[in-house]
Design a protein around this ligand. Sequence first.
Ligand code: SF4
Ligand code: SF4
Length: 375
Amino acid sequence: MPVPVYYMDSRSRSAKTSSIAKIRALLAKVVESAPEAVRTGDLCAIKIHFGELGNDAYISPVFARAASDAARAGGAKPFFTDTNTLYTGSRSNAVDHLETAIAHGFVPEVCGAPVIIADGIQSNDWREVALSGDCTRLKSAKIAGGILDADSMIVLSHVKGHEMAGFGGAIKNLAMGCAPFVGKREQHCVKFQVKDAKCIACGQCVSVCPTGAATLQKVKGEKASINQEACIGCGECMTVCAPKAIGMDWEVGIEEFTEKMTEYALGAITGKKDRLIFVSIVQKVVPLCDCVPWSDVPVVPDIGFLASTDPVAIDQAAFDLVKAATVWPGSALDGKAGPGDDKFTAMHPNTRSELQLSHGERIGLGTRDYELVRI
Ligand code: SF4
Ligand code: SF4
């Protein structure tokens, strides 16, 4: 039987149909369908991405308020949460991360709940959880303590592209977003190389590399170089390299990365059977993750808002809506894709977006069989 994914489109014609009113209405609908998901006295984690400093496509704290209000209406004590990043940016420890969240408006007066970084000050707060026997890549996953300690969870995801995952939605939000450094490393199982001819020695890769693996080498005529022993495969150097001088062995690594990531999403919901609500914002569908310190033009016009209790169903619905959309003129996909094309593969040709969905279904994370219910 198909799982309902509740949907409202982005068009608004009155205050009653404002974006905020829609997110509240969708949350009310999904809570009505799953009244036991958030209960009185719960410590309710609202998993969100606060956005890297410089990015402006992350979910607005004004939208996020709808989630904390819904949790409080159910008698819960909500808190907003995310984990520290592997790369050296504005969210690589809990102090910088909190300051970034505050700079982006995530203060209780706006979003309605405190921010708690789930894996602690330096990402040492985590526990190992066993994965189901259907998982083929991993037997266990390392998940942040603040996620495991929460009684229930509302997962607020911004749908967008991603350099390695292709599609970024609820599965990716759970998988990378609930894992400490060591868990993120375990998922990033690929290696990267510099193509000398394209490298302009800008040093961007060196500044984001968390391990010092990327360096500028004078002996190579001032080109970047990656020490394969020190590289942990986080992919941040590739993300920030404007001339696309950094590549990975896609044939070897991408399937394993995608499947491990999906298995981590299963680990992130350990102990929360029937205690989960997912809301996805299908607006500002930009080519790259909110981890980058900038935001490009969205590749499709704003689509709308989704809510469900199933992470695979909501991701499948978002993927299908973006696939059906027209391309935004002047965006990265202008002239490269159209209605009916997989926009995520068009943006990131070597990635395996749909493998997140098929592997997610295979390991019991959720179902691809959904019914889009317009409210
Ligand atoms: S970011 Fe790219 S172009 Fe810049 S130094 Fe690194 S590899 Fe070279
Ligand atoms: S060189 Fe390796 S560790 Fe450094 S940023 Fe690139 S992928 Fe990450």
